[in-house]
Design a protein around this ligand. Sequence first.
Ligand code: NAD
Length: 415
Amino acid sequence: MQNNKLNRANDAVNSHLLEAADILEIPDSYRKLYTMPWRELQIAVPITDDRGELRVFNGFRVQHSGARGPYKGGIRFHPEVDLDEVRALASLMTWKCALMNIPFGGAKGGISVDPDLLSQRELRSLTVRFMNNADHIIGPFRDIMAPDMGTNPKVMGWMMDAYGAKHGYTPAIVTGKPLALGGISERTGATGSGVAMITRHLLKEHKEDISGKRVAIQGFGNVGSYAAEYLHEMGARIIAVSDKRGGIYNKDGLDIDLLIKHLKREKTVAGFKDSDPLDGEEIFTRDCDIIIPAALGHVINDKNMESIKARFIVEGANGPITPVADKYLHDKGVIIAPDILANAGGVTVSYFEWAQNIQVHKWGHETVNIELDNIMGQAFENVVEASRKYNVSYRLASFILALKRVHQATIDRGI
Ligand code: NAD
């Protein structure tokens, strides 16, 4: 039976953190600091809809830790957004940025809304109102936004515009912006690219070749679709893919270029030619080598963990495996690249975008890709080394490294 407490997203993150704190012998008082957010804001987000009616949505911004730099984290538009989930995601950002050794703290925001049900005008009003209501706690050296589920470069452009209307031209207030506003082209595919890089490192470390490996991916949005594209280029076979409207399967591998064209036309992967339909849940239980969850949290849990056949799981999504399933799978020998390592490509390239905006300078494509590869590769090596040193999973090794850095910065600040 799944432990009820650990069903809550934030308790799940903290359970990993506290395990790391035990190993590092972090005193209790600091544990309290690291397991609770520094600041959290709940925002009423009222808009007038296209019929002239008032509608009020719930918005959140949680700033978990600023010990190592300005708060940094995406904003999610999804009907299931709630404060507990945003807290967990904010905390994950702290540990992710620390593990990557980039000078950011952790934050996350969200609005409980289904963006597919709003017009572009309604979505823009919602975004601008959110920024206005959060104005007193954000800034380019305070708290920097980015895209997450249900948000995209267009929403980031609206955010930059809303902030700029009050404070003047400030491109560094958001990352993941359109190119015309100071965004960088590599940001869009960066998380998926990082997922593919970590998959390649992971397989190499375990003496396996990526070529021909069968991959199943849940979620075919920003992270899932780019991860599929890059892994396909590396020679892997993407045999199963699902999104919120359905799933597809082809044991010989899906044609990813054609699938992306189909997705643009139909807004779902379902119905793609040369594939069989797949029930949503089946994506994790089909015979394959690598699973990439790239949609929601807690999707691999006590209900499906025993049916998983893959040897590797690379977490594209944040918190896709519950702690109970994580332990079960680790004990069974499944090798898991945790979210704070595997999906950190996005925030790393966001850091490049922020740094360029502040310097009013543009890096070349090659520099961005080389720097991303260096940072992801270095983090992977550090995690492997720590997992050997402490004889722990890659997840626990990642939390140990991240916690060490945040703890040092906290002490150096005199806290
Ligand atoms: P997105 O909105 O672009 O795509 C989400 C995908 O998940 C869509 O294909 C959607 O149809 C699918 N989905 C939603 N509910 C589903 C369900 N019940 N079953 C199957 N599929 C479902 O979002 P994204 O930016 O790709 O983010 C995906 C995950 O990756 C999230 O957990 C997010 O926090 C995490 N993440 C994203 C980034 C980033 O840079 N975008 C960075 C780090 C982590």
